[in-house]
Design a protein around this ligand. Sequence first.
Ligand SMILES: [Zn+2]
Length: 421
Amino acid sequence: MLTRTHAAALFLLAALPLGAQTGWFRPSLLSKPELRKAMQSVDDRATGIVEEWIRLVEIPAPSGKEQTRAKYIRAEIEKLGLSGIRTDGIFNVSGVRKGTGGGPSVVFAAHMDTVFPEGTDLTVKREGDILRAPGVGDDTSNLLATLEMFRALDRGGVKTSGDLIFLASVQEETGLAGAKHWLENSGYRPDMFVAVDGSATEVWYGSLRINQFKFFYASPGAHTLESRGTPSPARAVAKAINALYGIPLPPVAEGLGTFKLPTLNVGMLGGGTVVNAIPREAWFTVDLRSLDSATQDKLESAVVSTVRRIGEMEGVGFRMERRMAVDYSRALPRQERLNHGVVQTAVATVNHFRKPGSPEIVPTDVGSTDANIAVSMGIPAVSVGAAVQRMPHRLEEYAEASTIIPGIKSLIALGFALTTH
Ligand SMILES: [Zn+2]
């Protein structure tokens, strides 16, 4: 199936002038009675959709603790009669909406986890069309939108040629671990992969190189009274962080909007148990990101050697954990990824449904979503968002409630066009 899919994409691209590529989406598809019925059903349920979105945001789901959300999602997809419904060992929830045959299989994946720890106030505050809450956009908006997309396809009685696979993934925020586990162990090898993540204003077809580390320094510890001149993990952490921010980075890559890459970020630090002693252990994390493997590898070795060297200079013990390591050697070349039907169709659908008056959405060669794993495996992949949202990973996160409605319609159109062409 994949070969035929590729051939179709190449033919289509050859026949169209550059800039007029639309993949497999045609606005005329939307006049099919089943699709019209599906779209209308989303409008009819608009109020209920936003109410359910709010309820879902308020179910806590820190990475690794997604069980309650997973149960909710599983109960909902069971109502849809998907086949092969399963919750795997780490709580990824998936199910298959069978096609009539002969079309490619496509995964639609949204992640259940959020970056916010247990105890975070998740109460959604509504001000007009704005919903404010940690996790309201990333990725709860897209999780609900994907669920609603599958429901609406049923309500319209839409039949697709290829299978549509629903995946609610776990541990996206801590290294894309859920999607990796599912793609490696589920037994499915989809023809295409759509990560429903990020804002409705973005289409990503790449995969940022991401490495995440946790570095630890250790010592026997000592009372403050005996601490003078004694090796200190706390001081080593301070020196190491300072040194890391002194590593020269290549110039900021252009065309990435507000993203400034390559970059490194120390996001967490900690250690010690009392005020009046040298900590026995102190630690910090590093999140390192760039656009290509060569740059990333160079920066990674600079980071690791710097932290190791400072540990030696400070006379403290050193160890490290890696939270993320994806091998991109099987990834398709950039132009091939961009030209693939999955990306071109996504760009055409999101632009068809984008907010009136908002700028045209252009695909960007970045990505830090579940689609990265598919890209690394050579599976044609894209990342799209359903609702307009801002400030992910911050307590001030917010989203525009009404934008989820056209966003869901865009997913319906995308799912249909990708599986049935
Ligand atoms: Zn995120």
